[in-house]
Write a protein that binds this ligand. Structure first.
Ligand SMILES: [Zn+2]
Length: 256
């Protein structure tokens, strides 16, 4: 029933543009690895010790039909990367340039949530429509600084801001899934193409292994552990159906 409703909405939203759903075409998925840091294990999974683990900081570049998507915009400034000890850091825009992709070619930037390491670089894509949950802009001044927060206001004036509410099909084959566990407006991004279903979970689980295991976030980094667990159950069902999972802190992908 859920799939049916997505299909119907996709058809509706694509009819005005080309009349052809690009989800039938190929999909290209590229990890843009911003850098790596050492991170407290207790901040990614319930853990009592002081052990530290290696953590990736990742944006994803997805080519889907006529659209070029960036899923999360990463850390936006070198000083922030330095503060968090992210080694060999480069912005997501620069990682795109390394792949000979002009950041101006990005059509949509999807933000999973308003933390500095996901929304910090969102102004680096001059032609993109930026998509985030409606509760996210209000946290940006605190998490990413006034520059990004003011910039989002300007995006809205230019008609380049889409504020989502709940689960919502934004483009043919691209749906945001409101999970709300890590932050109030946290959303995952579900991309469906003829080559499979891909779930980009944001920070609902930090590594592919934790996602596959269904390990909930530690309470210290969740505003609502019940919602986090509910999302992980949804994710588990999609994995059972053959979906692939990716997170924003692990360059790998995983499936069952
Ligand atoms: Zn994060």
């Amino acid at each position: 029933m859920r799939r049916l409703s997505i299909l119907v909405l996709s058809c509706v939203s694509s009819a005005g543009a080309s009349g052809v759903s690009p989800v039938e075409g190929g999909i290209g998925i590229h990890a843009l690895h911003q850098g790596t840091s050492s991170y407290p294990k207790s901040s990614i999974v319930e853990h009592q010790g002081s052990e530290r683990v290696s953590l990736d900081w990742v944006c994803w570049y997805v080519e889907l039909g006529e659209h070029k998507l960036l899923l999360d915009a990463g850390i936006g400034a070198p000083a922030v990367a330095e503060r968090w000890g992210v080694e060999d850091w480069a912005s997501c825009a620069d990682r795109l340039r390394e792949r000979s992709v002009d950041p101006a070619a990005i059509t949509h930037v999807f933000i999973t949530h308003g933390h500095f390491d996901h929304a910090g670089g969102l102004l680096d894509f001059p032609n993109a429509t930026v998509v985030m949950n409606r509760s996210t802009p209000s946290m940006l001044a605190q998490t990413t600084g006034k520059g990004v927060s003011d910039g989002v206001g300007e995006l809205e004036e230019e008609g380049r801001l889409v504020l989502t509410e709940g689960d919502q099909v934004v483009l043919p084959g691209v749906e945001v899934i409101h999970s709300g566990g890590h932050t109030r407006g946290h959303q995952a991004i579900r991309v469906s193409s003829s080559q499979g279903v891909h779930i980009f979970v944001g920070d609902a689980c930090y590594t592919v292994d934790l996602c596959l295991a269904g390990s909930p976030l530690p309470t210290s980094v969740a505003v609502d552990t019940t919602k986090n667990r509910a999302f992980l159950e949804k994710l588990s069902a999609w994995l059972d159906e053959g979906a692939t999972v990716r997170t924003m802190h692990d360059v790998r992908s995983g499936s069952r």
